[in-house]
Design a binder for this molecule. Sequence first.
Ligand SMILES: [Zn+2]
Length: 79
Amino acid sequence: MNSKYRCPACGAESFEVTAHVTQDWKIDCNGTFLESLNECVEVTHYPDENDIWDCADCGFSAVGREFRNQPEGQKGATT
Ligand SMILES: [Zn+2]
C-alpha cells in the first residue's frame, strides 16, 4: 500500500507538525497560570496540508501538500 505522504527530500514517512489542542489549567487568585491539569481536552485543529511540516528525519520544512506522495503520471494535479 502506498503512503499518502513522503518527504520529497529524503523519502522518510514521519513528520513533525503542530496541532492545536485545548488543556485545562490551574490558575491562582490573580488568574496566573500555575500548572496544566492534562495534556489535551480537545483538538481544535488537526495538522493539515496548509501547515508547515518538518521531516522528522532530515528536517526538510515545507507546507504539508509538498509532502504529498503523488503517483507517477499524476504530477501537477492540484486540488
Ligand atoms: Zn526528509
